[in-house]
Design a protein around this ligand. Structure first.
Ligand SMILES: Cc1cc2nc3c(=O)[nH]c(=O)nc-3n(C[C@H](O)[C@H](O)[C@H](O)COP(=O)(O)O)c2cc1C
Length: 312
């Protein structure tokens, strides 16, 4: 597989990037990425079989680097001869990258600074995704335009995909003109016809604009909570309440710092399903990036991808 052939990567989205969506992306010429955040080995095996029934083309799998199921999931990817793996939620070290390469897959990871990108390259990464703060889901603090200047402009010959706030064919064209291999998009696909998102949530997303999203993070710096960009609703208040509760339990020495951290981290994984699959617009998490402004209706994955690459 040559990653340079892909202009669009359909970024993994927990609960949303299921076999149907991934296969549709692959069939439309993009690199579809399966989300595995809520999976164990047998679930991944089933999902990969389902994708293979729906497409003959290559696709990628997103593995959460800190998942307790990581090794089990990698073994299933190896059994299925998966050609590309994106390691998320951590900066993979040399041994982790080598472990994936040993199964014959290309390895991609996220970089939020030039130094991180250079270290990843030194450690054998095949491509880098630079993802700015405009993105939906877990985010860093730096904007896409800064990361483009910091990383893309300093590594002109290395395969780099730009993510975070990409939502128009003009922007895809300009990223490629600036040296990117392509772009990774997530939010632009949430309301696609093939997305399993609840119809009510789809219609709500279509009505939203960039300014309706907020980044929520840690109330207290002792928690290393990764900030999350979501559409503002009551779940955001609930999240802060949950943190206040955890801080109180910790101060009273009723739980450990690790348990408090877990109490906070698990909030989003549970509530995302409620928001995007069950249609709970009030208390479910509604992860979305600022490119929600460009989601104006329900289109097929094919239509979205054709449009995104139409100016290249
Ligand atoms: C609802 C939602 C869920 C996401 N879940 C994941 C995930 O499980 N793993 C991951 O690496 N990225 C996740 N992301 C990030 C996307 O893969 C992608 O990098 C991001 O959406 C790109 O920015 P954009 O939203 O501006 O297009 C998620 C994004 C959204 C909107």
């Amino acid at each position: 597989m040559d990653l340079k052939n892909y202009k669009i990567v359909g970024g993994a989205m927990s609960w949303i990037s299921d076999p149907t969506l991934v296969a549709a992306m692959a069939n439309a010429g993009a690199l579809g990425v399966l989300a595995t955040g809520a999976m164990d080995g047998p679930m991944l095996d089933l999902a990969l079989k389902e994708i293979k029934q729906k497409t003959d083309r290559d696709f990628a799998v997103n593995l959460i680097g800190i998942s307790p199921h990581y090794n089990e999931l990698l073994k299933v990817c190896s059994d299925h001869k998966i050609k590309a793996i994106i390691i998320a939620a951590t900066i993979p070290r040399r041994d982790k990258i080598a472990q994936v390469k040993a199964i014959g897959a290309k390895v991609l990871a996220f970089a939020t600074s030039l130094k991180i990108a250079q270290d990843l390259i030194k450690n054998g990464i095949d491509a880098i995704i630079l993802e700015g703060n405009e993105a939906g889901g877990h985010v860093g603090m730096i904007s896409t335009s800064i990361l483009i200047q910091d990383i893309l402009f300093n590594l002109p010959d290395f395969p780099i995909f730009v993510a975070g706030g990409i939502g128009t064919p003009e922007m895809v064209k300009h990223c490629i003109a600036m040296g990117a291999t392509g772009c990774q998009l997530g939010t632009r696909f949430v309301c696609s016809k093939e997305s399993p998102m609840h119809e009510k949530t789809k219609q709500f997303y279509i009505s939203q604009q960039a300014r309706d999203t907020v980044v929520v993070g840690a109330l207290n710096p002792i928690f290393s909570v990764i900030p999350v960009r979501v559409i503002k609703n009551k779940a955001v208040d609930d999240f802060y309440d949950r943190q206040r509760q955890a801080i109180k339990l910790l101060e009273n020495e009723e739980i450990s710092l690790l348990d408090a951290q877990m109490m906070i981290e698990h909030f989003w994984s549970g509530s995302l399903r409620r928001g995007v699959i069950e249609g709970d617009l009030e208390y479910g998490s509604l992860m979305a990036g600022q490119s929600i402004s460009f989601v104006k209706g329900e289109e097929t994955v094919h239509e979205i991808i054709d449009s995104m690459v139409s100016l290249i």
